[in-house]
Design a binder for this molecule. Structure first.
Ligand code: ZN
Length: 506
């Protein structure tokens, strides 16, 4: 029995705290670069970030850290699995083991190549010509396979990259899950089209003053419960959320004059990420537990507020009068019902980011399958554009008009790596649906509360059952604890079917 904390644990906590400080400092630099930094600051900022990055890597892979973690095995075993002590050691060991498996020399080579490939992608996109980026992407594929080789126990070359952000998830499991998901979604899309009914969203495409849009978004987030004493909302071209500590969580939003839905749903999405970070148990601070547990779980929090809630009738029964008050000229004559239909139009398109709830996951599963085929050596980079277009024709019934709107639309493969880039989005939608279904079983009054502007019923439930745990439990553990089941497709498929049968009067 341990009556007081062993000195190795105290020393571990100190090291982890320093790692976190460096990490948060890098986050702040990133936020600044994407928001207010003058262009002239780019070169110096790049050098500063590289220095911090190097210090962080040295500290995170120091042999002494490994020794300390080894020395703490008995102490870890003596503590309950869900205690902060055992969880901190478990997650710190997991992070350490992953980091030391990859040589620093490789990390440097990959980072240098990522810059080259990103620049080639930007040029290729500009010219809408995949051939420009093809040689660089071929090298990315080689490097992605080299990365996988550092984890020889992996069953599939994509598994190490997936495990890095969605711990425990594997290609085998995801293939099964996404395979089950594809058919009912294709069917639902077909049924919507066969109905011959169309829904109109021209209401959203009028000139909307950008300052009023951002002001509405900010007030809505505040009403829902986003804590602006511990957060911000700024504008950017490519929206993201960063945490500079649990008391400083910064959201960004994209506001464009001719499309109201962009700022409204983007801010709700980023708020979901931010609420998760703000909702962490304060006792986890300074430990590696103080963050969202996986890419899928984080995305689930974002998509739950953006779609499950943000595109629900109940939400707009409450919020539409506020929005109408802000845009009398544009929306003064519209009804809640018209607005609700407008934000739920289902449309076959070649674009992932603006896709509706029904087609979105098809965009994701197409990318997931293509990256697996590339890593398995079944798809050559030269054949990627054709394979992309064929998959779009098969699943979505559209052919992208050119490379820019096809294979070049997402930065992921070109700026990062091949493998592990897309599964989090579809996992997020599945997890969000399963969590919401459980929340409704406990609190059937949630929709009525939403209509009345009482967001706390759902927010508190998420805080108690998801947010506060941080990385203490994996997404799989958390889902089983909270919903009593492993991840299933039914909550999402049933929820979407019910909703769109009603929206389209099927
Ligand atoms: Zn997101």
């Amino acid at each position: 029995m341990y009556c007081s904390l062993p000195p190795e644990y105290v020393s571990l906590r100190r090291s982890l705290r320093e790692l976190q400080d460096l990490d948060f400092a890098l986050s702040l630099m990133y936020w600044d670069r994407q928001t207010y930094m003058p262009d002239g600051g780019a070169i110096a900022r790049g050098d500063q970030a590289a220095t911090l990055q190097r210090l962080l890597h040295e500290k995170a892979t120091a042999p002494e850290l490994g020794d300390t973690l080894e020395a703490l095995r008995d102490f870890e075993d003596s503590q309950p699995y869900s205690s902060i002590e055992a969880s901190t050691i478990r997650i710190a060991r997991r992070d350490y083991t992953r980091k030391v498996a990859v040589p620093s020399e490789f990390e440097a080579r990959l980072a240098a190549h990522q810059n080259v490939c990103y620049a080639a992608w930007a040029a290729a996109r500009e010219a809408s010509d995949f051939a420009i980026v093809r040689p660089a992407l071929e090298k990315t594929l080689d490097l992605s396979l080299e990365f996988a080789s550092f984890f020889p126990q992996a069953a599939h070359p994509a598994d190490p990259a997936i495990d890095a952000i969605d711990p425990g998830a594997t290609v085998g499991q995801l293939r099964r899950l996404f395979g089950q998901l594809r058919e009912p979604l294709v069917e639902l899309l077909g049924a919507i089209e066969a109905s011959g009914r169309s829904r109109d969203d021209t209401l959203l495409r009028q000139p909307f003053e950008t300052n009023i849009q951002q002001d509405f978004c900010r007030k809505t987030l505040e009403r829902i419960g986003y804590d602006f004493q511990r957060g911000r909302l700024d504008e950017t071209m490519h929206p993201f959320t960063v945490s500079c500590s649990a008391d400083d969580v910064r959201l960004t939003n994209r506001v464009i004059p001719e499309d109201l839905s962009e700022s409204v749903f983007c801010s709700l999405h980023e708020m979901g990420h931010g609420l998760y970070e703000q909702g962490l148990d304060p006792a986890l601070r300074g430990t590696p537990l103080a963050a969202g547990t996986s890419s899928g779980m984080h995305e689930a929090q974002a998509r739950l507020w953006e779609n499950t809630i943000g595109r629900s009738r109940a939400f707009w029964e409450c919020c539409f009068p506020w929005l109408q008050g802000a845009f009398i000229r544009q929306l003064g004559k519209a009804s809640v019902g018209e607005f609700y239909s407008a934000v739920n139009v289902v449309r076959r398109s070649a674009q992932r980011t603006s896709a509706d709830e029904v087609t979105y996951n098809l965009h994701v599963t197409i990318r997931f399958e293509l990256e697996l085929a590339m890593l398995e050596g079944k798809l050559a980079i030269a054949d990627l554009p054709d394979a992309w277009n064929a998959a779009y024709a098969r699943d979505l019934g559209v052919t992208p008009p050119n490379d820019r709107e096809g294979v070049l639309q997402d930065v992921h493969w070109y700026g990062h790596r091949i493998g592990g880039q897309f599964q989090g989005y579809a996992l997020g939608n599945l997890i969000a649906a399963q969590l919401y279904e459980t929340a409704l079983q406990t609190h059937p009054e949630i929709p009525v509360d939403l209509e009345r502007g009482r967001f706390s019923t759902l927010l508190d439930w998420l805080g108690r059952n998801v947010y506060r745990y941080g990385r203490k439990f994996t997404a799989t553990e958390l889902l089983e604890r909270t919903t009593g089941r492993v991840l299933q497709i039914e909550p999402l498929v049933d929820g979407l079917t019910r909703k769109y049968e009603q929206v389209y009067g099927l």
